[in-house]
Write a protein that binds this ligand. Structure first.
Ligand code: HEC
Length: 157
C-alpha cells in the first residue's frame, strides 16, 4: 500500500517540473496578440492610439517580439550562432523602457540591420501615426512602476 503511493509521489515530483517548463515555453511561443491586453488610463496616449498600435504590433512586430512583447526566447541576451541577437522582450522586462520616444522611433525607423542586428526598418512601411501608436502599445505593456520610471528619465515627454 505505502509502496505504490510512494511511487506515485516520486512520479509526480519527476513530472511536475517538466509540465511547468513546457507551459512556460508555450507562453514564450505565443505570437498572437492577447485580446486581454487592455488600455491603461492616465498616460500620454489615447485609447485610439492604443487600439491602432495593437493592430500595427499584431501585423508587424508580434512575430518576433511575441504577442505580449514578452520575447520568444528565454535567453535573448546570448547571440545566435550567426552573431545576431534574438528579439528582446519589449514588455518592460528588458531595456526598452530606458529609451526616450525619439530613440524608440529611431529604432523603428532604422531597425537593427545597420548596427549588425536583424530587425527590419519600418521607415517606409508605417506612417508616423502608426509608429507613434505602436510605441504607445508597447508602453501600454509596461506596468505603472516601469512607465513612471520611464516618465522620470524622459520628462521632456
Ligand atoms: C524580424 C524580427 C523583428 C521584427 C519584425 C521586429 N523586430 Fe524589433 N527587434 C528585433 C531584434 C532582433 C532586435 C534586437 C536588435 C537587432 O538585432 O536588430 C529588436 C529590437 C527592437 C527594439 C529595441 C529594444 C531595446 O530594448 O532596446 C525595439 C524598441 C523594437 N525592436 C521594436 C519593434 C517594433 C515596434 C516592431 C514592429 C513595428 C518590431 N520591433 C519588429 C527583431 C524584430
Amino acid at each position: 500500500m505505502m509502496k505504490s503511493k510512494n511511487i506515485f509521489f516520486v512520479l509526480f515530483l519527476g513530472i511536475s517540473p517538466l509540465v511547468w517548463v513546457s507551459c512556460g515555453e508555450k507562453e514564450k511561443e505565443t505570437k498572437a496578440v492577447d485580446g486581454s491586453i487592455t488600455f491603461k488610463e492616465s498616460r500620454w496616449y489615447t485609447q485610439q492610439q492604443f487600439e491602432l498600435g495593437k493592430q500595427v504590433f499584431t501585423a508587424n512586430c508580434a512575430q518576433c517580439h511575441g504577442g505580449k512583447g514578452q520575447g520568444l526566447v528565454e535567453d535573448w541576451k546570448t547571440p545566435n550562432p550567426n552573431g545576431q541577437f534574438p528579439a528582446p522582450p519589449l514588455n518592460g522586462t528588458a531595456h526598452t523602457w530606458h529609451h526616450s520616444t525619439e530613440v524608440l522611433m529611431e529604432t523603428i525607423n532604422k531597425g537593427g540591420i545597420p548596427l549588425g542586428g536583424s530587425m527590419p526598418a519600418f521607415k517606409e512601411v508605417l506612417s508616423e501615426e502608426e509608429k507613434l501608436a505602436v510605441i504607445a502599445f508597447v508602453q501600454n505593456l509596461w506596468d505603472d512602476e516601469i512607465y513612471n520610471k520611464w516618465l522620470k528619465i524622459n520628462n521632456s515627454n
